[in-house]
Design a protein around this ligand. Structure first.
Ligand SMILES: *Cc1c(COP(=O)(O)O)cnc(C)c1O
Length: 460
């Protein structure tokens, strides 16, 4: 059969959308170590988690064995409002780079939240409503997760309080208005409305906040409010599970045209988009059916995989969450307030951490100015103004395509374009004004932050 020409955009029909999430853990021969209760250093129980998350989410979080989990019809219907998302062949970028490489990207920015985060927000809000809860709390860094959860809560009729990292709320005042339009209450974090917030403010009065602190505040409010739970937008296994729709759609679309990627690239903040994008491909690799090279891209200012350590750490700065074994810079690490907003998390998904530790995946860190150069190139050639987070993946995709040009080898590159950058214009302004800088933490700073974790490591 003659090979079909590959269109600029490969869309799936609604019938081709996945009806099940793919649970990558089921194919991992070695699972990641369990979450621990910090008081006992024993694995957390469902009961421990059910104070914080709704029950369906806890079941999914602890499910390491079912390869597929049904997506309820109501969530599929919600997904249909903005999915399937296209796979784009970046013909124009390829031409501009004069590379023999084929470049594809999966574009998740086609919804008001501007990112992939709605894929998990839709599920988390649905389950909360099903279980009779009346409200949720959450944190947001760059604002995409807060917006996504605000959209989902508005749809299902739940109240939402969003603790927004203070620097982001100052850099992105318009984000806040989107969330408020969907009915969410937005509180800059650290705030004086929680015990943890007050403690952090007392210790660091000038702090711009961090995701770790906003998480502490949101969890504190959730566990102290009746019929309220907390929703997290990344890092945890159930979020990676929900994001598997990205990879499943991508794989179905590429399979249709007989395209097999050699390299799959994604930016990594807490690891959910990358985990979701690579899931079905990694599954094949784990089962020995195919081989791919996976690359996680993180900011040089917050390099958890490339410079952190694989150890137990808290998910938050206030140390009220369970301990997770992950690549981390330490939960007290305060990343510099740069513009990789959604990537400024101290730790990394336990699933991705384990896969990285077992050498199934590579990681690189990139500096901010180089990231914005790639963003500019991409905007000019492909037409989409990318989110700075997504531009980390673009940077490395471009670098890999340029390597193909040097070696004359044609590779097929797939990357995740997680979102759009319309709310990141203060970052683009800095770049355009030539004022962009990057603070890269020193080894001493990282070591100092990691030292505080020693008491929380279980005996071997
Ligand atoms: C949140 C976010 C990310 C990073 O989060 P992950 O959980 O690592 O996927 C990347 N891109 C965009 C646009 C985001 O909003």
């Amino acid at each position: 059969m003659a090979k079909q020409p590959i269109p600029y955009k490969i869309y799936l029909s609604e019938d081709e959308m996945p009806r099940k999430w793919y649970n990558l853990r089921a194919d991992m021969k070695e699972k990641h170590p369990p979450m621990l209760n910090p008081a006992t250093l024993k694995p957390v129980t469902k009961e421990d988690l059910k104070h914080v998350f709704c029950s369906a989410v806890v079941e999914q979080e602890l499910n390491q064995t079912d390869r597929y989990i049904d997506i309820p019809d109501e969530i599929v219907s919600f997904y249909k409002m903005y999915r399937p998302s296209p796979i784009v062949r970046a013909y124009c970028l390829e031409k501009a780079l004069d590379t023999p490489a084929e470049i594809y990207y999966k574009f998740e920015g086609n919804n008001t939240s501007g990112s992939h985060k709605l894929n998990s927000a839709a599920a988390q809000a649905y389950y909360a409503k099903q279980e009779g809860l009346t409200s949720l709390t959450t944190e947001t860094g760059a604002g995409q997760w807060g917006t996504a959860l605000a959209m989902a809560c508005a749809f299902y009729g739940l109240d939402l309080t969003v603790f927004m990292v203070k620097v982001s709320s100052e850099q992105k005042p318009h984000r806040k208005e989107v969330m408020r339009t969907y009915g969410a209450k937005v509180v800059p974090s650290p705030s004086d409305t929680t015990e943890t917030g007050r403690k952090i403010l007392a210790a660091h009065p000038d702090t711009g906040g961090s995701l770790g602190c906003a998480i502490s505040e949101a969890v504190e409010v959730a566990v102290n409010t009746p019929n309220c739970r907390y929703g997290l937008g990344s890092v945890l296994d159930h979020v990676v599970l929900h994001q598997s729709v990205i990879g499943m759609e991508a794989k179905t679309a590429l399979d249709k045209y007989g395209v097999k990627p050699d390299i799959i690239i994604g930016c990594a903040g807490g690891g959910s988009n990358l985990g979701g994008l690579i899931a079905p491909f990694m599954g094949e690799k784990l089962r020995g059916e195919a081989d791919y090279r996976f690359i996680a891209v993180e900011p040089a200012s917050c390099p958890s995989l490339t410079r952190g350590k694989y150890m137990y750490d808290f998910g938050d700065t206030g140390h009220i969450t369970p301990l997770m074994k992950m690549y981390t810079l330490g939960s007290e690490f305060m990343p510099s307030p740069n513009h990789a907003g959604g990537l400024r998390y101290h730790g990394m998904s336990a699933i991705l951490s384990k896969l990285y530790d077992d050498k199934y995946m590579d990681a690189v860190s990139v500096e901010q100015t180089a990231v914005f150069e790639a963003a500019e190139k991409f905007a000019k050639t492909e037409g989409i103004l990318p989110a700075p987070e997504s531009a980390h993946a673009i940077r490395v995709a471009v670098d890999e395509a340029l390597k193909c040009k040097e070696t004359g080898k044609k590779k097929v590159i797939l990357f995740g374009l997680t979102g759009t950058g319309y709310f990141d214009l203060s970052a683009y302004k800095k770049y355009n004004d030539g004022d962009m800088s990057d603070y890269i933490p020193t080894d001493e700073e990282i070591e100092k932050s990691l030292e505080t974790l020693e008491p929380f490591q279980p005996a071997e």
